[in-house]
Design a protein around this ligand. Structure first.
Ligand code: ADP
Ligand code: MG
Length: 648
């Protein structure tokens, strides 16, 4: 049970209390079975007369005849075969659903006691192993302890803003008697989240004002040579971002800029520009990536150009030995993972740091970096969020945006293919391979350890070598490979020595091979929208038409949101548009994907809909920022290992 809960991120009573219902059941009338008619959702209550179970293709249908004295009706459940055992004759049930093809289609049910069919019953994000009803009872137990939590909001503020006590808000959210009550509770909890976020931003802004960085003046000769060395002209968006960065670098206040642009939009070129600005001023630049694979990728990209310009460039990873490490620390441009940052204090000359996909870094590491030398920092992210939103949420962070990729690109053609027709996907893939293209096959995302994932990927690669991809050279990339092996694998793929990479999501960011024009994602419904978009960004990097083939179970077997995710991907290749869809589908926090902390931890706030609440929180934050109290303690706890906006 503990393990199942942990998978949902539920480890403490507090986690349970903060597990926001995805929605609430509507209020529906309870009707006599004899009076059942029409299509409206209703509740019925009665006794089970008998139960039967049958199969229809992949579908299991459980039917129970239920009588309430006025009449009997056949109530049907789909794909819940275990129910047949629970519904013994004589059992009292309350059912919510609507009259349908098979009698009464059950949407939710209570066997004996229960509140799943109650009006405004909360429906929680659940997992297959932990059904909503189980969660409901666990949350009920947690609610009994809700009073133990102190209210971080000062009473005076609470009264002024007309907000309920925190424990009352929890009760309202989990056991509302009306939609309004649930919303009032949610707003109270959302307000606190937003307030903490805004106080965090205010704190950080104040810190930055006290710090100095080296002013780097205007671009010089090295930059001119860099521009000439590039095999293409920069796009207007790249030029604009560079102007904005130059503006920041000329000042003595450390730059804190977010460079956002969709996958493949050309951020790396801009990043290297910023790094070279440090080098031409006799200082160091560092490029930091969240994973070793990505660091290696960046290194491969950057190294060539650096060599051409006579700039030294070194790769630093946790695998680097002490001697290598010391040598690397002296290079003009240092590329590495967070290991680099831990050693960061030794980068005495660091003037510009580029932090890729920043949200995966902890605040500690960033602090270590900042202590040594207060560098100018450019954060890069490929998960775009609407600019106005970014400004509101990040407050003190300047935003540059590469809105469009280099013109030569053709949008990736995306298809959603049901499993039964997976062979079509492989046929298309092999056809392209025969034409000399390369491909990725992404293995299913299972909730398991890196090691299990790695093993599954190896097994799948082996299977494909003997089946669909018999005639091709297949490599396998996963997080358990040793750095040297991984590097070799990547350079072989780059050199066209391998036709296909079977991979886990480690290829999600950074892998850049223009000749790879087709990707199959297995069990695509398991991935998040942002993640699929990132994965898809691995193809469509050259002038050739690229394809992304999303294979999943049959449409009918998927949840509605999974269907909408896949539909959205087929319909659009625009990251900003998809970010909006993602926001709508996931509501509150999961704006930047699932992994990072901070704003994805907003559980109750919806940063789009709650805009006025956010503005209010910002005003109040300005008043409260310096006042000690429980709110500050809460802040310290929150900031202890993560950073609310993920961007310090
Ligand atoms: P991102 O980091 O934003 O995903 P990259 O910087 O890796 O994108 O760029 C993707 C590809 O586009 C690279 O192969 C890069 O060389 C190429 N590229 C970047 N800028 C331009 C440009 N202005 N014109 C043509 N190609 C470009
Ligand atoms: Mg890149």
């Amino acid at each position: 049970m503990k393990r199942k809960l942990a998978k949902l991120g539920l480890e403490t009573v507090r986690d349970l209390l903060e597990h926001r219902p995805r929605r609430y059941e509507a209020a529906v009338p309870e009707v006599a079975i004899a009076a059942l008619a029409g299509q409206e959702e209703v509740a019925i209550a009665g006794e089970v007369l008998n139960v039967s179970s049958r199969r229809r293709g992949r579908l299991t249908i459980v039917t129970a005849r239920v009588s309430d004295g006025t009449a009997a009706v056949g109530a049907t459940w789909f794909n819940q075969p275990w129910l047949a055992e629970q519904l013994v004759p004589g059992t009292r049930v309350r059912l919510r659903g609507r009259p349908g093809r098979y009698g009464f289609d059950v949407k939710s049910y209570d066997v004996g006691e229960g509140d799943a069919t109650a009006d405004f019953a909360p429906v929680y994000p659940a997992s297959e192993e932990l059904p909503p009803r189980r969660l409901r009872s666990l949350v009920g137990m947690a609610l009994a302890r809700a009073g133990d939590y102190c209210d971080a909001l000062p009473a005076e503020l609470r009264l002024r803003e007309g907000l309920p006590l925190k424990r009352d808000a929890f009760v309202a959210v989990h056991r509302p008697e009306s939609a309004e009550e649930a919303e009032a509770g949610r707003r109270r909890l959302a307000f606190e989240e937003l307030l903490l976020l805004q106080i965090g931003i205010a704190r950080r802004a104040a810190e930055r004002e006290r710090t100095l960085a080296a002013s780097l003046g205007a671009p010089g000769d090295l930059i001119a040579r860099y521009r000439r060395a590039l095999p293409f002209a920069l796009t207007p968006y790249q030029e604009q971002a560079i102007r904005e960065i130059d503006g920041d670098l000329a000042r003595t206040m450390p730059m804190q800029r977010l460079l956002q642009g969709d996958v493949g939009s050309g951020k790396t070129v801009v990043a290297l520009y910023a790094l070279l600005r440090a080098v031409e001023n006799g200082r160091q630049g560092a490029l930091m990536a969240p994973t070793e694979t990505l660091a290696e990728q960046h290194f491969l990209t950057v190294e060539g150009l650096c060599a051409e310009l006579g700039v030294t460039c070194a790769l630093l990873t946790s695998a680097s030995r002490k001697r290598e490490r010391e040598a690397a620390l002296g290079a003009d441009v240092v590329v590495g993972t967070h290991a680099l940052i831990q050693e960061g204090v030794e980068l005495r000359d660091l003037a510009v740091a580029v932090v890729d996909e920043q949200h995966r870094f902890g605040v500690e590491q960033r602090k270590a970096l900042a202590q040594g030398c207060a560098p100018h920092v450019l954060h890069m992210t490929a998960t775009p969020i609407p600019r106005t939103l970014a400004l509101t949420v990040y407050g003190d962070l300047a935003v540059s945006e590469i809105a469009k990729p280099p013109a030569a690109r053709k949008p990736v053609v995306t298809r959603w293919i049901p499993e039964e027709r997976a062979s079509e996907a492989y046929r298309r893939l092999t056809r392209l391979l025969r034409e000399g293209r390369q491909a990725y096959v992404v293995c299913p995302l299972v909730e398991a350890s890196e090691t299990t994932l790695a093993r599954a990927a190896e097994a799948e690669a082996e299977r494909l070598r003997g089946a669909e991809l018999r005639e091709f050279r297949v490599g396998c990339l996963h997080g358990r490979l040793r750095a040297a092996d991984r590097r070799e694998l990547m350079s072989r793929f780059k050199a066209c020595d391998l036709d296909v990479l079977v991979a886990t999501t480690v290829i999600e960011v950074g892998v850049d091979v223009a000749n790879a024009t087709v990707m199959i994602v297995q069990e695509a419904d398991r991935f998040g929208l942002a993640q699929l978009h990132q994965l898809r960004g691995r193809v469509g990097r050259g002038a050739e038409q690229s394809f992304c083939l999303l294979v999943s179970r049959a449409k009918e077997e998927l949840t509605e949101t999974a269907q909408r995710r896949l539909e959205a991907l087929v319909a659009s290749t625009d990251g900003f548009e998809l970010a909006e869809v993602d926001l709508d589908l996931r509501g509150g926090g999961a704006l930047l994907g699932t992994r990072q902390h901070g704003i994805s931890d907003l559980r109750f706030a919806h940063i789009r809909r709650d805009r006025p609440l956010l503005e209010r929180a910002r005003t109040v934050a300005a008043e409260l920022a310096a006042e000690p109290g429980p709110l500050q303690d809460e802040m310290d706890a929150l900031f202890a290992d993560t950073d609310p906006a993920g961007l310090a």
